[in-house]
Structures are given as C-alpha cells and as structure tokens.
Design a protein around this ligand. Sequence first.
Ligand code: KDG
Length: 320
Amino acid sequence: MDVLTVGETLAVGAASRPGPLRMTGTLELSIAGAESNVAIGLSRLGFRVAWTGRVGADELGALVVSRLRAEGVDTAAVRTDDAAPTALMIKERRTAEVTRVQYYRTGSAGSRLQPSDVSEDLIAAARVVHLTGITPALSASARETVWHVVRVADAKGVPVSFDVNYRSRLWDAGSAAAELSALAAHAAFVFAGEDELPLVTGGASGPDAARELARKGPADGEPRQVVIKYGSRGAAVFTADGAAHSQPAVSVVAVDPVGAGDAFAAGYLAGFLNGQAPQARLSLGCRLGAFAVSCAGDWEGLPTPDELGLLGAGDGTTQR
Ligand code: KDG
C-alpha cells in the first residue's frame, strides 16, 4: 500500500445553488472528509490507498463505503458501529463566493474511533500515513487513535503526513494549538494554511517560522518538509536542509474552494511517492488544488493522470 489515511468521512448534503439554505430547495448527496478526500485524490492518480474509520450501520454509512470503494480506495478495515450514526455535513452556498458548513457529527460513529480499530500491520504496510488535525478534535478516543497511529508509524519507520486542518467549529484555538503542535512534531510532511501555521509553531508565522519547524524535523527517516498553502497565491515548501521553494497557483475559475487543501496534499504526496523533487511536488499539489476548486464538491473534480494537462487548455476549450 502506498498511503493509509485515518479519520472521519461524513455524508454531505450540498446546496445546489447559492442562497440561504432554507431557500435552496434541494441538496445533493455525497461524501466528504479531509482524509478520504486525500485518499481519493491519490487513488485517481493510480496509487494504492486505504482509508479507515468508523461509519454507522445506516444508509449514509453505506454511501460512504460504496463511494470510496468506487473510487478504488481500500475500505477493508472500516468498522461499522451499530451504536451511533454516520456524521453529516451540510454545505450551504450562502453567496456565489461564500460557502457555510454546518456539522451534525457530535457522538457520530466516526468520532467513536478507537486505537484498536487501526492495526499495527495496517500502519506498517504503508509507505506514508496521512492524518489531519480534524480527528483529534472529535473525541478523546479519536485523539488517542491518532496518537496510536503516530507512535506505531514512528516505531515502524513510516513517515507521517499531517495536515493541520484547524476547524474552529470543533475546538478552540488554544486547545488545538497544544495538540496540533505536538502532532506536527512527529510529522515528516506538515501542511498548513498561512493562517494555521502559528498553531504548530508556538504562535510564530511566516516563512521563518516554517523554516524553523522544518529544521527541527525527525532526526532519522524522511527529512521534514513544511508546506504553507497561500490559497489563490500558491504554496511554498521549506525543507529540513534550509532550502525553500515556491509555486504560484494555477489560475482557474473557482467554483467551490472546499477540498482544495486536501487535493493539494494528495498532489504533493503523489509527487513524493513518484520520487519527484520538492519543487515538482509543489507544482503537482497546486495543479490538484486548482482541479478541486474548479468543480463543485470536495473531491469530485480531481483528475486522473491523463487529465492533468487539461488546466491551462484555454477558455471554452472543447475536446473532440
Ligand atoms: O477539507 C475539506 C473538509 O473540511 C471536508 O471534507 C469535511 O473533513 C471535513 C471536515 O471535518 O471539515
């Protein structure tokens, strides 16, 4: 297996047009979750990926598992929890530019994740383990599970990829910073939005803070890379040897920004798994991010390898 991801995947009801939710009429049913978005992005590029977590014994849980399987993501280790429902997220397009998200996930099956749900063999079988800062915010047992995965990965020499993914609806910045910086300290790959970086650097922001975090990376194993995502301005990576690279974003018509960071992480990790240098990893990350924002849904628009060249084809291009 190339990548193992662990976390909560939710069912999503997404408003089909802009406006207050109560005026929207219909919702489109799909799935989302930062970790499984990354898994789908990598699977579409041809990598072998597994996602694990808990779903409820309900139709929404069946939806989560069947969509992920249809995308080629291995779900063999997923647990069905009879005692709690699959989480739900409602995506409101309040205006054409502003998306509002509402979670219905307190006490969900995904939040009842336990360390025993993720076997040591599963972790050891991966080339990279990808985690996010969302899972430790879900519950004490989910937090313990993240730490279990990190400790086993450390012991087995599997590099950890960690996307800060701070969600203010789930916890306050103070509690989050302590937990997220402790987790980032174990990661070979750290992904942070510009505004999230202070949560893992003791409050410092900007390139110097990222450079310092990269320098303090794990002594053995994969040297640390800290990636700052600047949204429509692109991204930069700071590596343990003191080097820095930056990449402008691919300019596209943005339809839905949610999921861009996960797409970016999938692209960056794909570049790493392909043996590419940090600059090329950034470039692939930015390309996948651009695909994500160009289409509705967190992951639906992600490309297969033969589609990577589509961006930049020019306005109104028709392929016949
Ligand atoms: O990064 C996109 C995620 O935010 C979305 O898919 C849902 O995992 C999710 C979350 O917890 O916000």
